[in-house]
Write a protein that binds this ligand. Structure first.
Ligand SMILES: NC(=O)c1ccc[n+]([C@@H]2O[C@H](COP(=O)([O-])OP(=O)(O)OC[C@H]3O[C@@H](n4cnc5c(N)ncnc54)[C@H](O)[C@@H]3O)[C@@H](O)[C@H]2O)c1
Length: 329
């Protein structure tokens, strides 16, 4: 099987190449290229059986149309999320789309807590102050998490991992999910309004679908406690950024941690330090002292990259062998 690997970073090639050394995978022939998969670059897949893509790429209908023309039969998403793929269009052509569910929920949940701790205790600022011989504590005051209430929206694999971490901090943990799974005895399910009203920390872990798009907006923000900490490691579109900025300006939030944001396409994973950004939302968010932003790196641990590469090549093998392994979308 000839696979075209879009958007290759050095770590992708490192982790995939290591796994492909195993003879089990000798039928897989991967070509790594730097461009991201978009409608404009999809034609590069001419002559390939499969493409491998990630969360920052554009697999909307025009890209899928072109992949179909190129003869591609399989799209291997090396991610859990797939809201950037037009699944209906792929289905129309009989193109199989596979993903990597739950490769390491703890990687993302631990990053969510890292954002909470950084935004709350300002460790990023303390580091910079220390380097400037400024050992004062001004601007560094946080709040205790112990004894507070953590609200988890979306209690799937990552939400559950985050719930366990919050429990470890001595927090009361409440959750909201369309499909409660009751696997944790300390997690109390409530409706969304109750979660918004009672939580001191709100962490978003539901997928982005039509019914979760802009779930956090002025109306839901107004229902939150004053001084709430909000963290989003799921998808940027869960938060209506303009409304978030308004809420931050009005002093609603003690801290905000974002690993994902609405404008990330086109900038995420790229070094744009020498360019003038064409949008201003990020600049505005970064201007607030209580906002911490990272660039979609929740997944970025050795364990997660290993699991992503392993499952992706196993998905390709399952497809070759005509076996359904449950990772088809
Ligand atoms: N930051 C990162 O690097 C990173 C990495 C992986 C995944 N993610 C994001 O994390 C999300 C969650 O991943 P997961 O593995 O836990 O997924 P999951 O499918 O295990 O869990 C999602 C949960 O959300 C619930 N849900 C669905 N619709 C809902 C709604 N309208 N309201 C409330 N809950 C709802 C589901 O019932 C499920 O329990 C993914 O969709 C992805 O967008 C981010």
């Amino acid at each position: 099987m000839k696979i075209l690997f879009f958007g290759t970073k050095n770590y992708d090639e490192e982790f995939f190449s290591k796994i492909l050394q195993d003879k089990t995978y000798e039928d897989l022939d991967i070509t790594y290229i730097e461009p991201n998969l978009t409608p404009e670059t999809a034609s590069l897949a001419w002559g390939y059986d499969a493409v491998c893509a990630f969360v920052n790429m554009d697999l909307s209908a025009p890209a899928i149309d072109m992949l179909n023309k190129c003869g591609v039969k399989l799209i291997l998403m090396r991610s859990a999320g797939y809201n950037n793929v037009d699944l209906d269009q792929a289905k129309k052509y009989g193109i199989t789309v596979m993903h990597v569910p739950g490769y390491s929920p703890e990687a993302v949940a631990e990053h969510a807590m890292a954002l909470v701790l950084t935004a709350n205790r300002h460790t990023h600022k303390a580091y910079i102050k220390g380097r400037e011989n400024d050992f004062s504590l001004s601007g560094l005051m946080g709040v205790n998490l112990y004894g507070k209430t953590a609200g988890i929206i979306g209690t799937g694999k990552i939400g559950i991992a985050m719930a366990r971490i919050c429990r470890g901090f001595g927090m009361r943990v409440i959750g909201y999910d369309l499909y409660p799974n009751n696997t944790l005895d300390f997690l109390e399910y409530v409706d969304l309004d109750t979660l918004l009203k009672e939580s001191d920390l709100i962490s978003l872990h539901c997928p982005m679908f039509e019914n979760t798009y802009h779930l956090i907006n002025t109306e839901t923000i107004n229902k939150m406690k004053d001084g709430v900490i909000l963290v989003n490691t799921s998808r940027g579109g869960l938060i209506k950024t303009e409304d978030l900025i308004k809420g931050i300006r009005e002093g609603k939030f003690f801290a905000v941690g974002l690993d994902v944001y609405e404008e990330e396409n086109g900038s995420v994973y790229e070094d744009l330090s020498e360019r003038i950004l064409g949008h201003s939302t990020m600049a505005r968010l970064l201007s607030f002292p209580n906002v911490m932003v990272t660039s979609h790196q929740g997944f970025f641990t050795k364990e997660a990259l290993n699991a992503i590469s392993q499952t992706t090549v196993d998905n390709a093998m399952a497809f070759i062998n005509g076996v359904k392994n449950g990772n088809e979308l």
